[in-house]
Every structure is written in structure tokens, then in C-alpha cells.
Design a protein around this ligand. Structure first.
Ligand SMILES: O=C(O)CCC(=O)C(=O)O
Length: 210
């Protein structure tokens, strides 16, 4: 799983022209190999719910990871919020398939070019559901900040440096405002990019499902 996550991350960063040489990862005392990782597994169980419209499995959120690789059992429940924030799209389970979510740390590392995905889990009237999330991140004390190569006079760094540890604390405190709380500029300097999370979090439950 670690290899898969690292390969996917390098493919994504590679598509932005970023190589290992461009990542300058530092721990508290010394340099750390670019792309080295730590991880956790999260097991989710959603019991069947007789009135699913009145319950939420997992509230809308983004992950605090670089990437999350998710396996869902054969009951659907995962929904992602479209980029324009207008509706929820169900991600049906595919036998043998895995879902990959971009997390907030990759959002920060890519200076917003790889936006993290807002998602949630809804419950099912008749069936239990299980999902297993592989949470892939950097070593917990490495400072993650926008890659220098993606930053310039017309593309200022949008986020300050954070460690995974620190960001988890920020997430616990500010939840869906965590990404905005480490943001350096409120404006939208990159191609009109706005923090999707800022726009969407006001009323995430009010959008259409489809
Ligand atoms: O159960 C799911 O499909 C979503 C799980 C999830 O979002 C998470 O573990 O953060």
C-alpha cells in the first residue's frame, strides 16, 4: 500500500513537473528523504439505518493526508462534492477497485494545484457498510509547504509550512476551516483558484445529491 501511495503521489507531482530533487523535506534536526512516508489505517463501520435521511455516516470533510486510498465494501455510501460545490456525487463501489482521495497536505504541497476533495459517507437503510482507509502522509515532523518550483512572483505561496502532527491538531480545532487557517493569502492568485473548502463549508448539507 505504501508503494502504491508513493507511486501515485509521484505521478501527480510529476504531472506538475515536480521531481524528488524539488522536494526539500526537513525534520526538526535534519533533512529527510523526499517522499518518505508514514501512514495509518482507519476502519469505518456504518450500521444499517432505518431512516437514512435523518442520519449521517461521516460528515463532509477533507482528509488531512497527502493521499488516502480507500476500499469500500460492496455497499455504496461514499459521496464526493463536485468542484463547483453544487451537488454530491455517489462513488459506487467497484469490485477490486480502490478510491484515491487527494488530501490537504498534497493540496498545500502543490500550492492548491491538486485540490483536496470534500467527501462524506451516507448510511444505508438495509445494509451495513464497511470501508478501510489507508491514510498516507509524510513523516509526522516533516514540514510541508508549497514546492518552491510552483511558487513565484505571480504565484505566491498560498499556505504556510505545517507538519502532519501540527496539521492534525489544527484539524481537530478548526475541522473544515483547517486549510483556510494555514492559508497565507485570502485572495485567489493562481488562475482564479479559490479555496473550494472555504466556499463549500458554509452549508455542505444543502447541495443536491446526484
Ligand atoms: O467510508 C467512506 O467511504 C469514507 C471514509 C472517509 O471519508 C474517511 O475515512 O475519512
Amino acid at each position: 500500500m505504501q508503494k502504491l501511495a508513493q507511486t501515485l503521489m509521484w505521478l501527480m507531482l510529476g504531472s506538475l513537473g515536480i521531481t524528488k530533487e524539488d522536494l526539500n523535506w526537513r525534520g526538526p534536526k535534519k533533512e529527510v528523504a523526499a517522499g518518505s512516508s508514514s501512514a495509518a489505517i482507519q476502519l469505518n463501520h456504518y450500521p444499517a439505518c432505518p431512516d437514512p435521511d435523518r442520519a449521517m455516516g461521516l460528515a463532509p470533510h477533507t482528509d488531512s493526508t497527502l493521499l488516502t486510498i480507500l476500499h469500500q465494501s460492496n455497499t455504496s455510501g461514499l459521496q464526493v462534492l463536485r468542484d463547483d460545490g453544487t451537488r454530491w456525487v455517489t462513488v459506487p463501489p467497484i469490485r477490486g477497485g480502490l478510491v484515491v482521495h487527494i488530501g490537504d497536505l498534497l493540496h498545500i504541497l502543490s500550492n492548491g494545484l491538486c485540490p483536496s476533495v470534500v467527501h462524506r459517507a451516507v448510511v444505508n437503510r438495509d445494509r451495513n457498510r464497511i470501508s478501510i482507509a489507508y491514510l498516507h502522509g509524510p513523516p509526522s515532523n516533516v514540514r510541508i509547504s508549497p514546492v518552491q518550483k510552483l511558487v513565484g512572483p505571480s504565484q505566491p505561496p498560498l499556505y504556510r509550512a505545517v507538519t502532519w502532527n501540527e496539521y492534525l491538531g489544527t484539524k481537530a480545532k478548526h475541522f473544515n476551516k483547517a486549510l483556510s487557517s494555514v492559508r497565507l493569502c485570502a485572495a485567489a492568485p493562481i488562475n482564479g483558484l479559490v479555496d473550494a473548502k472555504d466556499q463549500n463549508n458554509n452549508n455542505n448539507n444543502a447541495v443536491k445529491v446526484g
